[in-house]
Design a protein around this ligand. Sequence first.
Ligand SMILES: Cc1ncc(COP(=O)(O)O)c(C=O)c1O
Length: 398
Amino acid sequence: MQNLAQRLDLIAPSPTLALDAKAKALKAEGRDIINFGIGEPDFNTPAHIGEAAIKAIKDGFTRYTPADGTVELKEAVCEKFRVDNGLEYKPSQIVVSNGGKHSLYNIFLCLFQPGDEVILPCPSWVSYAPMLVLAGATPVLVRTSAANGYTITAEELEKAITPRTRGIIINSPSNPTGMAYGHDRLKELAAVILKNKLWVVTDDIYEKIVFDGFKFANLPMLEPALYDQTVIAHGLAKTYAMTGWRIGFLAGPEKVARGAAKIQSQTTSNPCSISQKAGVAALTGPQDTVTEMVASFKRRRDLTLSLLAEIPNVTCPVPQGAFYVFPDVSAYFGKKDGNTVLNTSDELAAYLLEKAEAAIVPGTGFGDDKTLRVSYAVSDEDIKRGLGRVKEALLALK
Ligand SMILES: Cc1ncc(COP(=O)(O)O)c(C=O)c1O
C-alpha cells in the first residue's frame, strides 16, 4: 500500500462531530440518548428562507455563481456589517464560502505560513488549532480562566507574543464557554495588538445569540485603527438555524478577500447557488425568528444553569451568549464507577454517555481537562431529563 501524506498525522478528527456520530448511532440502536453534544440549533430554518431557496430552484438559479459569492449576497453582507456593526465594507472585501469553518480556513491560508505563531486563547473551539496546523502555522495556546470569564487579558497576551507572532484569534461569544468579551477587555487587547502589528481574526458567528442585554462588539468596532488588520469570520448557520445550508462569509482588507477568492476559485468554486439565495432572504428578511430563537436559548440557558447548580460541587460561570455552558466537574475526578476510577473529563463524559445516556463533549477537545461542554440547543424537556440523569449518575460515583 502506498503511504498517505504526512499532514494527515498532524490532526485528529473533530471530537464534537465524532461524539455526535456516536450519539446518533446509539440512538439508532434504540438507546434513549439525549444529545448535548452538537453545536446546532434544534429549530427549523425559518419558512421564508426555505421559500427563497425553492424559488431559486424554480427560477433555474442552479448554475455556477462567481466563485466568491453573488454580488447580491455580498451586498446583503455589507449591509449587515453597516447596520449591526457600523463597519463599512465593499462587496470586493467580502468572500462567501461553504460555512464559517470554510471562511476561517481560507483566512488562515491567506494570513499565516510555516514559522508563524498564532495566539489562540483557550479553551477554544475544536477546529482553530487543526486548521492553523494544516496552514503550516503554529497555534500558541494561552490558557484563560473561569475567574476572568475565559477571556485573555492584555497582560497574558503580551507575555505570549514572540518575534514570530503574527496573529490572534478572538471568538466571542465563545464556543465552548459561551462567555463573551466585554468592551473594556477588548480595548485593552486592542492596544497590545496595534503595538505588535498582529492580524486579528475575529470569529463572530455567535454575535446575535446574546442575553441579558449584553452588547456585542468586536475589535474593529471599538478600535477603528484595527480595521486594516482584522478579518471577520461569520456565517448564517447559528443565527438562522441554517447549519446544513453551508453559508459563511469573511470581511476584511481587500487583499485578504482577493486572496481568499483566489484560493476558493481553485478549490471549491462557489458555495451552493440555492443556499446563497436563501442567505439573501435570511439577511434581508424579517428578523423576528432570530429574536424568538434567542429568547428560547436564554430560557434554556437559565434552566440548564439552575439544574447544574443542583449538582453538588459542579461550578459554572454564567455565559453571556451562544448555546453552551462549560461546567467544571473536576470535583468528581478520582471517584469510582465500580472498580474503575474516573480521572479525566474524557472518562467522565464516556461514563455519562453510558450511564446517563447523555452525550456531552469533554473539555479536553477544547484544551481544558476540568470541564464538560453542554450544548443546551435541545428541548426544555430533554434538558430536564438529561441533566436529571447526569446528576443521578454523578452522585452514584463513589
Ligand atoms: C466558534 C465557531 N466558529 C465557526 C463555526 C462554523 O460554523 P459553520 O461552518 O457551520 O458555519 C462553528 C460551528 O460549530 C463554531 O462553533
